[in-house]
Design a protein around this ligand. Structure first.
Ligand SMILES: *Cc1c(COP(=O)(O)O)cnc(C)c1O
Length: 396
C-alpha cells in the first residue's frame, strides 16, 4: 500500500487514486458491502492467512473501500502505510496504545481534543502508560517533562479552541533528539493545509468526521505514518477491531476528491470573517493563524498552506455575552462539531468546558467570552453577517 508522495498533484491524487474496477468497469467506485472475501482454493486460503498473498480476507482487516480511502490518506500525508479507522478517536487510540507498552511515558502538548485528554489521563494509565503535559507553544520548556521512559510526543496544531500553533520542526527535532515517536493529530489542518510528516512527524492521525467528510455525515478516521511503526501496530488494529465500515470509507474517499476546493473556500471565508471581527468594538481579540496579528503568524505561514477554517474571538462581555451571542445567531448552527459545510459556533465556557473551574478553563485556554467558529461554505456575506449581527445583538 506504499505510494509515492507527490504533493504537487494533491487534487489529482485525491481524485484519481481508486480501488480496482469490477468487471463492470464502473467509473465511480461502488460500495463493497461484504464482510469476507472468497479464496480460489486451499492453497490461496493458506497463503492469505500466512501473509504471503496480499489479497483480501475479511473486512475487519481491509476492504476495497477502506483500502481506497487509506491509500489516498497515505499519499496525501506523504506517509508510508496506515490504517482506516472507525473514528478519529480510534485513530488516536491505535496511534498511542497500539505503539506503546506498559511502563512507557508520553509527553503531550496540553491543548488536546477532549476525548484525547480522557485517553491520556484516564484510559492509558490503566495499562500503566503515563503522560506529562507541556505547553506546546514553548519548545524551550518541553525537556522539563522528559522521563527516562518517555517514548512518544503527542500534539495537535493548531490547538483547540485557542488556535495556537506548535512548531512542527521544533517538535520533530525534540522527538529525534530524545528518541520519541512524534504523533501529530492533524485534524484541524487536514492534509491539504499541513503535512506534519514533511516536518519530521512519524505518525499522523485524523478524524475523517471533520473536514475530510466535511458535510457532517459520517464518523471515521485514519492513522498513517512510517512503515515500521505501522507494522508494529498491525496486530493491535486487526485484533482490537476499530475497522471503518465500507460505506463510511466510500463516503470519505469521495469526500477527499473535493477536499482541496472545499478547504480553499473554507479558508477564504474564514479569513474574511477574521478580518471583519478585528474591527468589531465588542470583540477583545481575534485569533486566526494567517492573520498578521496572530502571535505565531510567521510560523503559521511556514507550516500551513492557508489559515484553516476555524476562527476564535473573545467577546468583551464574558460568559453572559457568550450565551446571548449563541441565542442571537439566526443561521449559524449550535452543535458540538466542526468541519462542516454549515457554519458552526461554540462557546466552550458555557458548554464543553462548563464543568471546569474558572482556573482550569483558563489553563486550557478557554477564556469566558471565547467563541469558536467553524466557518462553513455558505455565502461569505451571510456567514459574516450572521456572526456580526449576533455580536451586536448580544451587546445589550
Ligand atoms: C473530533 C476530533 C477527534 C476525534 O474524532 P472522532 O471522529 O469524533 O472520533 C480527534 N482529534 C481532534 C482534533 C478532533 O477535532
Amino acid at each position: 500500500m506504499k505510494n509515492t508522495p507527490d504533493q504537487d498533484h494533491f487534487e489529482t491524487q485525491a481524485i484519481r487514486m481508486q480501488a480496482d474496477r469490477s468487471p463492470h468497469q464502473e467509473h465511480s467506485v461502488p460500495i463493497f458491502a461484504t464482510s469476507s472475501f472468497v479464496f480460489k482454493n486451499a492453497e490461496q486460503a493458506r497463503a492469505r492467512f500466512a501473509g504471503e498473498d496480499e489479497g483480501l480476507v475479511y473486512s475487519r482487516y481491509a476492504n476495497p473501500n477502506t483500502d481506497e480511502f487509506i491509500s489516498k490518506m497515505i499519499t496525501l500525508e506523504e506517509a508510508e502505510d496506515g490504517y482506516a479507522t472507525a473514528s478519529g478517536m480510534a485513530a488516536v487510540f491505535c496511534g498511542t496504545a497500539g505503539l506503546l507498552k506498559s511502563g512507557d511515558h508520553i509527553v503531550a502538548a496540553r491543548s488536546v481534543f477532549g476525548s484525547t485528554h480522557q485517553v491520556l489521563t484516564e484510559l492509558l494509565p490503566r495499562w500503566n502508560i503515563q503522560h506529562s503535559f507541556v505547553d506546546g507553544t514553548k519548545p524551550e520548556t518541553w525537556h522539563e517533562q522528559l522521563k527516562p521512559n518517555s517514548r512518544m510526543f503527542f500534539l495537535e496544531t493548531p490547538t483547540n479552541p485557542g488556535l495556537d500553533l506548535v512548531d512542527l520542526e521544533a517538535a520533530s527535532s525534540f522527538a529525534k533528539t530524545n528518541n520519541l515517536v512524534l504523533l501529530v493529530d492533524n485534524c484541524f489542518a487536514t492534509p491539504y493545509l499541513q503535512n506534519p510528516i514533511r516536518f519530521g512527524a512519524d505518525v499522523v492521525c485524523h478524524s475523517g468526521t471533520k473536514f475530510i467528510d466535511g458535510q457532517g455525515r459520517v464518523i471515521g478516521g485514519a492513522v498513517v505514518g512510517r512503515a515500521d511503526l505501522m507494522a508494529n501496530m498491525r496486530t493491535f488494529v486487526r485484533a482490537s477491531g476499530p475497522a471503518l465500515s465500507p460505506f463510511n470509507a466510500w463516503i470519505l474517499s469521495k469526500s477527499l476528491e473535493t477536499l482541496a476546493v472545499r478547504m480553499e473556500a473554507h479558508c477564504a471565508r474564514a479569513l474574511k470573517l477574521a478580518h471583519k471581527l478585528e474591527s468589531e468594538s465588542q470583540v477583545a481579540w481575534v485569533k486566526y493563524p494567517h492573520l498578521d496579528s496572530h502571535p505565531q503568524a510567521k510560523l503559521a505561514r511556514r507550516q500551513m498552506r492557508l489559515g484553516g477554517a476555524l476562527v476564535t474571538f473573545e467577546l468583551k462581555g464574558g460568559i453572559e455575552q457568550g450565551k446571548r451571542f449563541l441565542d442571537a445567531l439566526t443561521m449559524t448552527s449550535l452543535t458540538a462539531n466542526l468541519g462542516d459545510t454549515r457554519t458552526i459556533a461554540t462557546h466552550p465556557a458555557s458548554t464543553t468546558h462548563s464543568k471546569l473551574s474558572e482556573d482550569e478553563r483558563l489553563a486550557a485556554g478557554v477564556t469566558p467570552g471565547l467563541i469558536r467558529v467553524s466557518t462553513g461554505l455558505e455565502t461569505t456575506a451571510d456567514i459574516v453577517g450572521d456572526i456580526c449581527q449576533a455580536i451586536t445583538t448580544s451587546e445589550r
